[in-house]
Design a protein around this ligand. Structure first.
Ligand code: AMP
Ligand code: ZN
Ligand code: FE
Ligand code: FE
Length: 281
């Protein structure tokens, strides 16, 4: 049976594995298709594609972009993106620039709570990757302020955390057109999770679809059977593509395994065929 995972991160954003190591792991786990979807960057894709060259494993070029929608941050996946597109790369650069500003605001909030973390401590953890809150969480853990990632997000970094600072990102319609302009398929990642109003999700879904959204990430590591069937109905109602993935981050999300999520994730392999067709491939 084919196995697929359409959502994963490398050290080029907030994953712990290099693209080469991720590809090796995917092969070990007998995946046939893996989409790499780093936050606000495609810089890990060339290495991953090279690493998979002689393996029975297809790498789908992807990315996961942050966008603003109804005053909150959502994530939009872009699949089969033409990552050599210069305009797209310039747009990504602009999107990444907001991360450092936000990081500085979060560190200032933490200072007020007597938590002493410096910018360089966080940039060191992030290495060359797109910097994000998981890197701050890592420093909080290393310095003994929290026990793990869950606590770091609940107490400080998550939407309801004491040091939460929203990030100034473009509206969803703009992010959707960035992806479409670069030949990619825009798909809503982990629909309606953190702080999102589920009652309004039908209207939200319609609105996003009118802005050019093509699919919904129906299958996701942390989704219950109820959430999956809710999402499945939404996708059917709006004739949207269906995708799914683990959102593997390596040691940054220690309870999520590649391809398997928390153990019960099963992404139907035929989804890829529809996605490929939609991309005109
Ligand atoms: P950022 O890119 O800085 O907005 O950070 C977002 C990333 O933080 C997400 O993609 C996840 O990898 C991670 N994240 C968000 N919420 C949580 C949470 N509650 N627990 C663990 N990781 C989280
Ligand atoms: Zn992430
Ligand atoms: Fe996400
Ligand atoms: Fe992700």
């Amino acid at each position: 049976m084919n196995r697929i995972d359409l959502h994963s991160h490398t050290a080029f954003s907030d994953g712990s594995l290099s693209p080469t190591a991720l590809v090796k792991l995917a092969h070990q786990e007998h995946l046939d298709v893996l989409a790499i979807t780093d936050h606000d960057t495609t810089d890990g894709l060339a290495e991953a594609m090279e690493a998979s060259r002689n393996l029975p494993l297809e790498i789908i070029p992807g990315t996961e972009l942050s966008a603003q929608f109804q005053g909150r941050e959502i994530h939009i996946l872009g699949y089969f993106i033409n990552f050599n597109d210069l305009q797209f790369q310039a747009r990504l650069e602009e999107l990444r620039s907001t991360r450092i500003q936000r990081l500085q605001h979060i560190l200032a909030q933490l200072q007020k709570l007597n938590i002493d973390i410096s910018l360089s401590e966080v940039t060191q953890v992030a290495g060359t990757g797109t910097i994000g809150r998981p890197h701050i969480a890592q420093v909080l853990i290393a310095k003994g302020y929290v026990m793990g990632f869950k606590e770091a997000f609940e107490r400080f970094l998550g939407l309801r955390g004491k040091a939460y600072v929203p990030r100034a990102v473009p509206e969803a319609n703009e992010i959707i057109s960035w992806i479409t302009d670069a030949g990619g398929i825009p798909v809503l990642a982990h629909p309606f999770w953190e702080g999102f109003n589920k009652e309004k999700s039908v209207a939200s879904c319609r609105q996003l679809m009118e802005q050019g959204l093509r699919g919904l990430e129906v299958f996701y590591s942390t989704f219950s059977a109820g959430q999956i069937s809710f999402n499945l109905n939404l996708a059917r109602q709006f004739n949207l593509l269906i995708t799914g993935g683990s959102d593997f981050h390596g040691s940054y999300k220690p309870n999520i395994s590649l391809g398997k999520g928390q153990g019960s994730l099963k992404v139907p392999p035929t989804l890829v065929d529809h996605l490929r067709l939609a991309a005109g491939l």
